[in-house]
Structure formats: structure tokens, C-alpha cells
Design a binder for this molecule. Sequence first.
Ligand code: AMP
Length: 420
Amino acid sequence: MSTFKAPRGTYDLIPPASAAYLAVRDAIAAPLKRSGYGYVETPGFENVELFARGVGESTDIVTKEMYTLTTKGGDQLALRPEGTASVLRAALEANLHKAGNLPVKLWYSGSYYRYERPQKGRYRHFSQVGAEAIGAEDPALDAELIILAHDAYRSLGLRNFRILLNSLGDAACRPAYRAALQDFLRALDLDEDTRRRIEINPLRVLDDKREAVQKQLVGAPVLGDHLCEECKRYHEQVRELLTAEGVAFEDDPKLVRGLDYYTRTTFEFVHDGLGSQSAVGGGGRYDGLSEMIGGPALPSVGWALGVDRTVLALEAEGIELDLPPATSVFAVPLGEEARKVLFGTVAALRRAGVATDFAYGGKGVKAAMKAANRSGARLAVIAGERDLEEGVVQLKDLESGEQTPVPLDGVVEAVRARLG
Ligand code: AMP
């Protein structure tokens, strides 16, 4: 072990386990790529103000969890705690919203940083795949995104997840609800911090996980009862589209989520095998965010799915992904001349798309065969001096032990035929 360890709240992805993370990222991205979403990549850090304004001054993410830094040039930056604000900033900066058809559909994949109290499923560095549809107000878009996340989880084999759905209303109906909720909350017995939250963002008090708070929230006004006709109609259409596609969801009138920018549709994917950190992904509509960060009015909707927690969900359901083997063929040379020849064979196999590895480090035959078996390869290509004189190599099936000579210039075809 070295003197250093991964920082608290972080962990390393190491083979073979790391292969599942790549597969999860690919599986989440696949339905997006088929649905008109283009890949976007933004910097790992941004101006701290982008998150303060975009995510919300009253959120835990901004007040407690951001990794901030001052550069040598005096700029105030933050490691990104989430993806939406950055992606919208990038889309505005590149004028994507002016370039052609709206919505602008983008997907991303990367690392995010929050200074949280670490526990299983909650890390200070974690990984998300996300999608944003910018510049259109259409219930079909909200439904599309929920269906794509649903399909991604299903394609991984997950079954024990649920979709929680709510509407947070809009600028027309939320203010009246907000005032009614504030009146209700101000009469409760709450600590200083929570009292302050009542004044800044009272909806977030509904999200308080403490039992003592939840007990007092019984009977609190519910947003569903205050939605304006337009929001009601919009939400009903989202629900109808999901139902028509056979995507089951649960109405959750208390779902507000931890970010300030959501309007109308909000949703969360929860997995029942994960204990307290049960949210595997979530998102919603954020019609006001663009204006909050200095852009034009661009109603938008998006989600982010947590890769780490999706991997934990797979483990909880006992799902082993059907991953291609890291190595299909392992080459074992016996002697210097064979080394040179097989090195070329390995390159040819790789170019032909066969995952191939080689006995490096001048190993003796016993150690080399051990390495071949450990690699998980199905076949070994073995060659000694006598084989080369005859223009052949030995193709050995590492499961059955059966060994047959094949012509040196026909190795690629023979291997392909065997691997099927
Ligand atoms: P959020 O941006 O908070 O809506 O989070 C979206 C998803 O990212 C969550 O549902 C989690 O799967 C994942 N996530 C958020 N925070 C963390 C964290 N600290 N550690 C691991 N995963 C996280």
C-alpha cells in the first residue's frame, strides 16, 4: 500500500468491478442516443455564481456541499455539484437555442462533487449520466425523458424501482401555494435553520427527513390542491402519456427534490433495495432556470441518474451484467523466436476485433499458462520452435484442454470460428 489513500467519501473504480460502471453508463446513454440527444461535455468546475443562482441559494447543495476554490487569478470557482446548470450555460453560450429546432436535446456523463456526510450510496465524488431537453414546453417531452430513464433501467434488468411523480406548479399558481404553506409552517415548532428556510424556500421544508418535522407536517397544504388549470392539464397529459406506454408511476404530492429550479413536472426514481439512499435518479421541468442565469425564457426538462447507485441497485437485485470477456485469447510464446512471431499474431487478432493479451515479462511456460487461465480467456495460442518450423501454432481450448494445430497464416480465421 502507498502512503496515500483515496480521499474520504471517495473510492476508486478498479477492474473487474469497474466494467459494470462502464456498462451502466452505456446502458443509460443508449436510449438517449436513439432519441435525438447529442453528447455534451462541460468543465468539471464553473463560476460559483452559476450554481448559487442556478441550483438555489437556500439548498444544501449550495450552502453546505460545494467544493469552492479561489484561483490564483482571483476567480471564485466550484467543482460542479450537478449537471443541469452547466449544460444550460453551455447551450446558451454556444447559442444552440438559436441555431435551429427547439428543443435542444443533450446528454452528458461525468463526475460530480458534493461535500456530503459519506455513507453507503452517498459519496463526495460520484458519477451521473444526465439528459436535458431545452427550449420546449410539451408534456410529451417530460414523458419521453421519464420513459427513456425507465427503459434504461429495464435494459439493465432492474425491476424493483419505482417512479414518484409530482407537479410543482408554475409562476401563476405556486406563489399562492407558497404563501399558504408559509402560514402553515410559521405556526409550527421548528429550529432556527428551518424557520429561515420557510422564508426562502418553504417547499423544501416538506422535504425534511427528520421525523419530528415530518410529524408536524401532517395536514400541511398540498400543492396538488393549488395547481392552476394549465398546470393541472399539463400534468394530466404527462400522466396519460406514461400510462399509455405502460410506465407505472406513483403520485407523490410531497416530492419537491433538493434543487430550487424545478417547476411543474418533478420525478424521482427510487430503488427499494438501497436503504436510506434510495434515490437512483431524478429530475423535472425547470422553466425558469435559463432566465435565472441570464438567458432568455427557455422552458426545459431533464434528469440525472446516479451511476454509483445504479450499480448498487444491480447488486441489490443480484443482477450480473452479461459483459463481454476482457480477454478472449491469450498468447503464450515458448522461446525468443516465437515471442516475435506471436507478438505479430496478437496485433493481428486485436485488429480483427478479438480481445487478446500476451504473456509479457519473459515468463516460463508454466507461469504463462497460469496467466492465460487467470485472464479468463477461452483460447490460448501457443507456439514453440518446432511449431514455427512447421508453420503452425497450437490453439488450446482453456476450458476443455483440447489442443489443435492451426496454420500460422490462418490463426485469425481459426480463432474467429472457435469463438463463434
Ligand atoms: P440530484 O442531482 O441530487 O437529483 O441527484 C441525482 C442522482 O445522482 C441521485 O438520484 C443519485 O443517484 C445520484 N447522487 C446524488 N448525490 C449523490 C452522492 N452524494 N453520492 C452518490 N450518488 C449521488
